[in-house]
Ligand binder design. Structure first.
Ligand code: TYD
Ligand code: MG
Length: 469
């Protein structure tokens, strides 16, 4: 039973309960309820006996007005500025999430060092590592000389007074929010209540004193920033730092940004001297491509305003157990099932009974439907054993009727392919009257998925194809 002033909070979704129960009825997770004392009331407790102070009312204004665009503090790290929309906005709160060991601390150490060298006053507060460890990293990165104020602390009681001075720093990094605690709460650091209350206090201080606050957040196995989703609602910008641990590529992605775009990515490479920018990711993603291997197709995708070419690899193998396996890295497995179903129903390609593996090379995650056609090309090639021509890029959306649909920014995709030395493109048929500018590539325009199968595996030798009624 809850004692006076405490309640139970689901560590997965943040739902409140008056008494303990085994399963959270809000999100269905088991054993996630943890007792926490009530957070300090904001603006008077409901039902408290003290009368509420009367508010001052609101002054409504018009939608149009002369507000200046948000001032920004560019970091000089181009890939980071691209994702934040041109630099860090003073007074804003940024949450950066990612798996342990992916390089969050490295990126932020490099960021504060760069900012400090341009004259900004930066504070780096580490709750995870001792001062010596952070110094060691800075030494390895070759940035020890930067005038960054470094501290190792976890108690907000100590941290807040240092920030809430009349002359606060310009940028404050908290690494990580899960290690911080407020001693007004009984619960352990990292629990929903602590994380939420600490973030609230820090954000309040940032807004009041006008410093930019960067919070590091851990990511759970499921990929959400650990603890409360509420943290994502409280901050202005949410960035995810992702990548496969075995690969050296790291991708910084904005999933929420009140001051900029959310579809841009920044690409970095982890080297022995920290993270270095990759201004030309396509060349990197294609660097280890082998020609004339079946089951691979190059997709010309868009990430925000930037075209990115990646290789999509597929493998079709006999099933050794009853249920065929599907393993997908870097793409949506539901979308794979759809493309396979269309190949089966509209093109007579029964892959369904076999194991299918799909991989986006280099650790990129693709969410564009425009990758459908490239995935289909990789699958057809894997199934038939016929390689996709090595100088060909593929893009287009596939519909359930087996039609190939138009996608946006065709010209930008083709231009990038030409720049990287590709000679051919397999693309959706363009509408009559659409701008048919010369792209410099040999274009093959198709409007049915079956045409792709015909082209990649000509009819005379595709005995593996089922006759369609
Ligand atoms: P780190 O920034 O500590 O990760 P996070 O804060 O996200 O947990 O990065 C840790 C990994 O990065 C570690 O495995 C070592 C590697 N690394 C390099 O490869 N080169 C470097 O220069 C640095 C500083 C780290
Ligand atoms: Mg770290």
């Amino acid at each position: 039973m809850a004692r006076g002033g405490s309640h139970y909070v689901c560590q997965s979704c943040g739902a409140f309960y008056a008494k303990w129960q085994g399963q959270c009825t809000a999100c269905g997770e088991w054993n996630t309820l943890v007792e926490e004392s009530a957070p300090p009331p904001v603006g008077g407790k409901k039902g408290s006996s003290a009368p509420r102070a009367r508010g001052g009312g609101l002054d409504f204004v018009d939608l149009h007005g002369s507000s200046a665009p948000a001032p920004r503090r560019p970091s000089g790290i181009g890939e980071l500025d691209r994702v934040t929309g041109g630099g860090i906005v003073p007074g804003s709160a940024i949450l950066i999430g990612g798996d342990p060991g992916i390089g969050k601390s490295t990126l932020l150490t490099q960021l504060v060092a760069r900012l400090a060298e341009t004259g900004a006053r930066c504070a780096y507060i580490s709750g995870e590592e001792a001062v010596d460890q952070v110094r060691l990293r800075a030494g390895r990165l070759g940035i020890s000389a930067a005038p960054v104020a470094l501290a190792s602390a976890t108690a907000l009681r100590d941290i807040l007074p240092a920030l809430e001075t009349d002359n606060p720093p310009d940028v404050v990094v908290i690494d990580s929010i899960q290690t911080m605690y407020l001693d007004a709460l009984d619960s352990a650091p990292g629990t929903v209540g602590q994380v939420r209350a600490c973030a609230q206090e820090l954000i309040r201080a940032a807004k009041k004193r006008g410093f930019a606050l960067i919070l590091v957040g851990h990511v759970t196995k499921e990929g959400a920033i650990a603890g409360p989703r509420v943290l994502e609602h409280m901050v202005d910008t949410v960035l995810y730092f992702e990548g496969e641990r075995g690969h050296q590529f790291r991708i910084l992605r904005a999933v929420k940004n009140r001051f900029g775009p959310t579809d841009e990515i920044g690409v970095f490479e982890m080297t022995d001297r920290g993270l270095s920018e990759v201004p030309n990711p396509s060349a990197l993603f294609l660097a280890e491509r082998r020609d004339n291997v079946s089951g691979a197709a190059v997709f010309a995708g868009m990430e925000g305003t930037r075209p990115v070419l990646v290789e999509i690899q597929a493998l079709v193998a006999p099933t050794s157990f009853g249920t065929p396996r599907r393993a997908v890295v870097g793409w949506d497995s539901g979308r794979l099932a759809m493309v396979m179903a269309v190949l089966d129903a509209r093109c007579g390609l029964s892959i369904g009974a076999q194991d299918v593996y799909l991989n986006v090379a280099g650790g990129l995650r693709i969410s564009e439907p425009a990758a459908d056609l490239a995935v289909a090309a990789a699958l057809v090639s894997a199934y038939s054993g016929e390689p996709v021509p090595p100088d060909m890029v593929v893009f287009g959306e596939v519909g359930l009727a087996g039609e190939v649909r138009q996608v946006g920014q065709t010209d930008a995709r083709l231009k990038e392919a030409l720049r990287l030395g590709f000679g051919r493109a397999l693309i959706p048929a363009r509408r009559a009257g659409a701008a048919q500018g010369s792209s410099g590539l040999t274009l093959t325009e198709i409007d049915r998925l079956a045409e792709l199968v015909e082209r990649l595996a000509p009819a005379e030798d595709n005995t593996w194809r089922r006759k369609l009624p």
